[in-house]
Design a protein around this ligand. Structure first.
Ligand SMILES: Nc1nc2c(ncn2[C@@H]2O[C@H](COP(=O)(O)OP(=O)(O)OP(=O)(O)O)[C@@H](O)[C@H]2O)c(=O)[nH]1
Ligand SMILES: [Mg+2]
Length: 317
């Protein structure tokens, strides 16, 4: 490893905030040197607990993350927060709210907050979020919380890398639980019914229970339902206890490694796909895919032989 990289890695591990910020940007934006950096940092990662929090826009995810961060800081644990910005325009106000609220912590070096807004970036949001989490992990953060809006496959992929996945629902979502993507409901290790100060919290709880009765998880864990009023801090200690319980359960059943292997299986396939695609695009050159697409659309050639040809050429090189 060259000297300046070694120095950088040392600084990141020592918790130097500027070195950390530069590392996160490098990884997020895939600027040259990103992979050498990750190669050097990866061996130092694997100690952080990663919490994924997801739910509909405006459910109170940021408020809850904020409260959990406070809770963990009281236990003297360091926290890294990755807020994956939602793109829906009507949540713009809430994003601004995030920034303001999060400034509370800016004086506390024990909390590091990073907003990600790289949707559409090369390799995808899930991949860069995972890599940023690795950087924070190697930097010695005890806990990493990833906040994302639960709307699509990207989000499912993001929270999948977490050790504990928390799905946040709120009363008054119309036909409520059904409107959340099925995929998101299935990955919940813990449910939170936030805004329990509002009417209908019991109903949401009943709906979750009804869904749960339809399917048994392969690990036999029944996700608990924790009611919170995040803006008042109510239920936050209970949520932290539920997180602890689930982690203890994973330990007891020897499921930690199994879960990690499953996560890596997904990530490796994704990384391989990205790397192959990148390689193919390099070889084909700029605009080639668009040109081929036009030819296929006009039925000048068939896509099956085309792909075969491209793959064969790659193999030869
Ligand atoms: N009544 C009530 N309001 C809450 C509660 N928790 C959060 N809020 C409010 O709900 C609004 C949205 O909270 P956020 O924490 O920004 O929600 P979010 O899920 O992070 O929103 P996005 O990131 O935009 O999807 C804010 O005005 C909060 O003050 C709660 O328990 N009860
Ligand atoms: Mg938010």
């Amino acid at each position: 490893m060259n000297q300046s990289l070694q120095l950088w890695v040392d600084q990141v591990r020592a918790g130097d905030p500027r070195a950390l910020a530069r590392a996160v940007s490098t990884v997020e934006n895939r600027t040259p040197g990103w992979s050498d950096l990750l190669k050097a940092l990866f061996p130092h990662s694997g100690h952080a607990r990663i919490l994924g929090l997801t739910g509909p826009p405006g459910a109170g995810k940021s408020t809850l993350v904020d409260q959990l961060a406070r809770h963990y800081r009281k236990e003297n644990r360091t926290v890294g927060i990755i807020a994956v910005d939602p793109t829906s325009p009507y949540t713009g106000g809430a994003i601004l709210g995030d920034r303001i609220r999060m400034q509370d912590h800016f004086s506390d070096p024990g909390i590091y907050i990073r907003s990600m807004a790289t949707r559409g970036s090369l390799g995808g949001l899930a991949r860069s979020t995972a890599d940023v989490a690795t950087v924070l992990d190697a930097a010695g953060r005890d806990l990493i919380m990833i906040e994302t809006v639960g709307v699509g496959q990207d989000e499912v992929d993001i929270v999948r890398l977490a050790d504990v996945t928390i799905v946040i629902l709120v009363p008054g979502m119309g036909d409520d639980v059904q409107t959340i993507k099925a995929g998101i409901m299935e990955i919940a290790d813990i449910f939170v019914v936030n805004k329990s100060d509002r009417e209908g919290a019991e109903r949401v709880e009943r709906e979750i229970r009804a869904l749960q009765s339809l399917a048994v998880r392969s690990d036999n864990w029944t996700p608990p339902i924790v009611k919170t009023v995040a803006c008042e801090g109510t239920g936050v200690a209970e949520l932290a206890a539920a997180i602890r319980d689930y982690e203890a359960y994973l330990q007891k059943e020897n499921l930690v490694l199994k879960r990690n292997v499953e996560n890596w299986q997904n990530r490796l396939v994704q990384m391989l796909r990205d790397a192959m695609l990148e390689r193919a695009q390099e070889q084909l050159g700029n605009g080639a895919v668009a040109r081929y697409a036009a030819e296929v659309a006009e039925h000048k050639r068939d896509p099956y032989s085309l792909i075969e040809e491209i793959v064969n050429t790659m193999e030869k090189n």
